[in-house]
Structures are given as structure tokens and as C-alpha cells.
Design a protein around this ligand. Structure first.
Ligand code: N7H
Length: 492
């Protein structure tokens, strides 16, 4: 069974003080998931909900300890040649600011929990995130359930099949009865056949995740970060803003619709204009080939063995590619994790990632939703049915991590700063061609595309994206409490 996104090389001898029994399972390792239900709800009867949370729901929540044990079990299962899917039902529960406000009456009307973006919620943040908005700043592409109704919480329910997760969703709904009202539900599913583990544009997802000090043994090139970057109470966030937030995390959810046939067409038409192979252009938009192999290591042809090899597929830091011969500065993985670009090692020997990039990292745990592209959609080059990514990420600061990546890096044509073409003129990198959003009404984006021309050198080019190929259709910000907070502060 797939774990959230990435091969986490879990160490068998856990030497750290990470409280695996307190942190919910999707945060650091990721619930094992082939299918996942997102069950958004409103709390209708606060007292009744609290009683059921304490007595019947908390025991169904899957902790990091359980997820870790399942990882080891799954390895044995696979190693013994067994290809069957195990049900491995997982349940996580988290709350929006309005949900926390209802559960902790002393501070009713919402909680900031030390994070202004969490308190504001993504609807208020939509404009600054670059989402399409009307004159009043309200998102224009979101589903009505996320615009008009209050969402207090969400259950993430994972398992081996849709039937497994549907059955657990029904159990939860039956237990909670009228204490909640489901406001929106949708299933995500790992894609079928050879597309397993690939998102809808076709790229292998979950190749690069941060390692966690004390929990994982790093793969070559994988950074080991303090658990405090993702869960409160460790390292830089030793003291959570409120004591009961220890072992909790913030979760960002975004339902991102992907216009797959349109994006496929763009790669063909732009490749023609730029005079390059569309497959290479696609790889240069992401920074990896569809197999996961990084351009930084294999710039002119795919290497699917490398793509699948965790010992190699992150073993680079861009420091030897300041001329963008291998990977453009604008590529999605270079914009969202610039590795050593962000201040190359300086005379003082400062490790640039530790200083600048590490505190911005996020732990991604999304899953694709929607059907495969139909023959008719492919022929027409036009999306007829919603599909995309249920994007989920964890962090201890929404403002300094997810929002910073989206706003200050992906949407910022200037980032990465201070680079020059060989003739000395400054490089304006442009938007992240995958997730970058131009808040202007036209939405049109450009990205610098130094067309590779071996062996002479790159020819300057510009990628033109006249429209968005990823459209945000829902978003919500959550706090993922520890087990202790669920059974004490939030259900008292
Ligand atoms: Fe991205 N894609 O298919 O092109 N992403 N992403 N992402 N993303 C990554 O390493 C994709 C989104 C990050 O450490 C890969 O897993 C799509 C948002 C970060 O090297 C691919 C969508 C944000 C990384 C994609 C989407 C990020 C990353 C390479 C939306 C944050 C790790 C495989 C539909 C604001 C970078 C991998 C690193 C990798 C795609 C969304 C961030 C293929 C389709 C919203 C930090």
C-alpha cells in the first residue's frame, strides 16, 4: 500500500523523543492510502459532539505509531511477494478556527492559535494567494460548499479501497448522528495501473519529502529536519503558542482542479514555438521527468530506473547548475524547494538550506481525485469532468510555510533573485509554470525558458501560459490536535 506520498525510510530504532502516540498519523509519515474520503462537517450540537469525541471517536484516530507499525508490516507483506491490498483503515480529525472556537468556549468566536492565516481562513487569503476573485475579493472558482457554509472540521479517512473508506465514513457518521452535519464529502483515489503514484498530469508524485530527525534515515540528498517544522513542541517550536497545541500541526487543504487535456496541448504548442521536444519541455516545467527522474541529474533524457530509486532521485542541490543548463530556475520543484540556490555556500560556510529553505518546507500528503481523462476529452483537448489533486500539507506555520511558498516563491516572477544570463543581463525567472498564479484578471503567465541547445549552450526563450491549468475549487485551513488535546481540552 502506498503511504502518503513518499518513501519514508523509517528507522527501526527510534531514538528521538518524538511522541508517536500523540501526533496524528498523516502529519509526519502519512496515512497509508489507496483511497481517501474527505468528510467536511459542521458541529451542530457542541456538548453531544464532545461527549462522542471523547468516548467513541478518539479511539478510532490513527496515530503516527500505528502508521509506523503498518509501514514495517507492509514492507514484510510486499517482501513476501504479496500484492493484495490491506484495508489499513486510517482516520484523522482536525478543526478549522470556527471549530476550535466552538469546542473551547473560553475563547469562543475562533482562535488564532498564533497563526493569523489560520484565524483568517483561506477565503480571506484567496486574493493574496492569487486565486481568481471578484471585486469584493471573494473566490470565483470555489465550490459553493466552501464559500457559503461554515466548515468546522474534517475527517480524513483512508484505506485500501473506496469500499473500505466508505464503510468507515458511514461508521463515523452513524456514531456522530445529529451532532454534526456533513457539509461536503469527496473521495480521492490513487490512479490505476501504471499511473499508480502519479498525479493527473502524469508525473510521479511524492518523490521529495523532508526527512524527520529521529524518525527517518535520510536518503542521499534528503534533508533531515527538526520535527518542529511540522509538529508543535520540537526544536524551533519547542513552546507551542498554547500548551495544548503540543504535538499538533496545521493542515492546509486545497482542492486543485487540473485541466489535463489543455495542459497536454500547451506543452505541444509551446514546444513548437520554442523549438524543442514537448516531453523535454514538460520535464522542464516540473524539474523532473514523468518517471520522477530529476533534470538536475539527467537533463536530456528520462531515466525511469533513477526516477524510482530513492537512493538517487533526490541526490542533487542545483549548486552545479547556476547556468540552468540542466533545470530552469522556474521549474516547479526548483521554485518550491530551491535547495542550495538560495544563497550558495558562502565564505562563512553557512549551509544555505538550513538558513533559508528548511524552515519553509512542507510535508505533502495529497491524493488525486476524479476519473481518468476520457477519449473524448483527449480528442477535444478540453476537460469535461473535474479531476485534480486533493492537496494536503502539514506545517507549524501556514503563513511562513505553505503561503510563503505559494505567494513569495511560486507567484513571484522575481524569485529566485539575483541571477544573471551569461551576457550579464538579469534573469527574471517568471511564475512557477505548474502552480504559479497571476492575480491579474487575464491570469496569463510567463516563465523564462532557457531552451537547452547542447553542446553550444542555452538559447533564451519564454514560455507563455495564457490561462491557468490548475484551478483552485476549494480550500480550508485546519489544526490537527494531538490525541491528548482531542480527549481533554477539545472535548472537556
Ligand atoms: Fe507540487 N506536478 O505534478 O507537477 N509537485 N504540485 N505543489 N510540489 C512536485 O517531488 C504538482 C503544489 C511542492 O522538494 C512534483 O513529489 C501538481 C502546491 C513541493 O523537490 C510534482 C500540483 C505546492 C514539492 C508536483 C502541485 C507544491 C513539489 C515532483 C497541483 C505548495 C517538492 C515530485 C495540482 C504551495 C519539491 C515530488 C522538492 C513537488 C506537481 C501542487 C509544492 C510532479 C500537479 C500547491 C514543495
Amino acid at each position: 500500500m502506498l503511504s502518503a506520498l513518499t518513501p519514508q525510510n523509517l528507522t527501526t530504532t527510534v531514538v528521538s523523543n518524538i511522541d508517536l502516540d500523540q501526533i496524528q498519523g498523516d502529519v509526519l509519515i502519512g496515512l497509508q492510502k489507496f483511497a481517501q474520503r474527505f468528510l467536511f462537517f459542521q458541529i451542530q450540537d457542541v456538548a453531544g459532539f464532545k461527549t462522542l469525541l471523547r468516548r467513541k471517536i478518539a479511539q478510532r484516530i490513527t496515530t503516527t505509531r500505528t502508521v509506523q507499525e503498518r509501514e514495517f508490516h507492509l514492507r514484510d507483506h510486499k517482501d513476501s511477494g504479496n500484492a493484495t491490498r490491506l484495508p489499513n483503515i486510517g482516520v484523522n480529525l482536525s478543526f478549522t478556527a470556527s471549530g476550535i472556537g466552538k469546542l473551547i468556549l473560553a475563547t469562543n468566536n475562533g482562535q488564532t492559535l498564533g497563526d493569523a492565516s489560520f484565524a483568517a481562513g483561506p477565503k480571506k487569503q484567496a486574493k493574496s494567494l492569487g486565486d481568481p476573485v471578484d471585486a469584493a475579493g471573494n473566490p470565483t472558482t470555489w465550490l459553493p460548499q466552501f464559500l457559503n457554509a461554515t466548515i468546522d472540521g474534517v475527517f480524513l479517512i483512508t484505506g485500501g479501497t473506496d469500499a473500505d473508506v466508505n464503510s468507515e465514513a458511514n461508521n463515523l457518521l452513524a456514531i456522530l448522528g445529529a451532532t454534526i452535519a456533513a457539509s461536503f464529502q469527496e473521495n480521492g483515489d490513487v490512479r490505476p495501473g501504471l499511473e499508480k503514484g502519479h498525479e493527473h498530469f502524469g508525473w510521479l508524485d511524492g518523490v521529495s519529502q523532508p526527512g524527520i530527525r529521529g524518525l527517518s534515515t535520510p536518503f542521499p540528498g534528503q534533508r533531515l529536519l527538526d520535527p518542529g517544522v511540522f509538529a508543535f513542541g520540537y526544536g524551533p517550536t519547542l513552546n507551542p503558542p498554547l500548551p495544548w497545541m503540543k504535538n499538533g500541526s496545521f493542515m492546509v487543504f486545497r482542492r486543485l482542479k487540473q485541466l489535463v487535456p489543455e495542459f497536454d496541448q500547451l506543452q505541444f504548442t509551446q514546444a513548437q514555438t520554442l523549438g524543442m521536444d514537448p516531453v523535454l519541455l514538460g520535464a522542464r516545467l516540473v524539474g523532473r521527468w514523468k518517471s520522477g527522474a530529476p533534470l538536475a541529474l539527467t537533463p536530456s533524457q528520462d531515466d525511469s530506473t533513477m526516477g524510482a530509486d530513492a537512493q538517487r532521485n533526490n541526490n542533487f542541490d542545483f549548486s552545479d547548475d547556476q547556468g540552468e543548463r540542466r533545470c530552469p530556475f522556474g521549474a516547479h520543484i526548483r521554485k518550491t524547494n530551491p535547495r542550495a540556490d538560495f544563497g550558495l555556500p558562502n565564505a562563512a560556510g553557512v549551509d544555505p538550506q538550513t538558513a533559508d529553505v528548511d524552515p519553509r518546507r512542507i510535508m505533502r500528503a495529497g491524493i488525486p481525485f476524479g476519473p481518468e481523462v476520457s477519449v473524448t476529452e483527449a480528442a477535444n483537448g478540453k476537460t469535461a469532468t473535474d479531476r485534480g489533486l486533493m492537496f494536503v500539507c502539514y506545517q507549524t506555520s501556514i503563513q511562513n510555510q505553505f503561503e510563503f511558498l505559494q505567494i513569495s516563491w511560486a507567484n513571484n516572477p522575481g524569485f529566485i533573485f539575483g541571477r544573471h544570463h551569461p551576457d550579464g543581463t538579469p534573469v527574471t525567472v517568471g511564475f512557477d509554470p505548474i502552480i504559479g498564479q497571476n492575480g491579474a484578471p487575464s491570469r496569463a503567465r510567463t516563465t523564462d525558458e532557457p531552451v537547452p541547445n547542447y553542446p553550444t549552450g542555452n538559447v533564451r526563450g519564454t514560455l507563455n501560459e495564457p490561462a491557468d491549468f490548475i484551478v483552485p475549487t476549494a480550500a480550508a485551513y485546519f489544526f490537527v490536535p494531538s490525541m491528548e488535546a482531542l480527549t481533554n481540552e477539545l472535548s472537556a
